[in-house]
Ligand binder design. Sequence first.
Ligand SMILES: [Fe+2]
Length: 190
Amino acid sequence: MKQTDLFKVPVYIHSVRDWETIKMYFLNKINWNDPECQDLMQDDYLNGGYSDFHKYYAQGRNPEYYEELMTILHEPLQEFASMNPGAFVSNAWCQKYPANTCHAAHNHGAVGYSAVFYAQLGRAHKPTSFFSPLIDPWSGQIESIEPECREGDIIFFPSYLIHQSQPHRAYEDKIIFSFNLHLSGDTISL
Ligand SMILES: [Fe+2]
């Protein structure tokens, strides 16, 4: 009897070169006290944290750090695009999670791929956990996996994949940058 897998969920992980040397310089550019990014009303799970998603991404605007972020992430973006021709980024956002905050399970729609760059991941923090789109046929359980990611890593995953940021207990905030990748029109075949 031959066993084979019908489906798979490819993700890509890349370590950003020299992130530790540019980390503080880059993170210090962000105004963490921006009153428009405290986000308490819209995302109470991030109480006390920072999110510029609604200020920039939801308004179709680029944050000030966008071009520099894309330069820092140039190598993984080029590599991802070489394996996924036509993939491009149009915008990005940043979230900072203090202790005991989380981001409930969600997905980014069926827009293509999404990415999370772990700009700061303290020792007690966990990277994103992902839920399988496939249900175990024997138990009915939905498996979840935390891929091994460290500070300075970026992970690309299908946007439809349900994921969450788990609550953590740590003095150091967790800081991530996230964005979606779409396919340019001339590469889409229907
Ligand atoms: Fe997300």
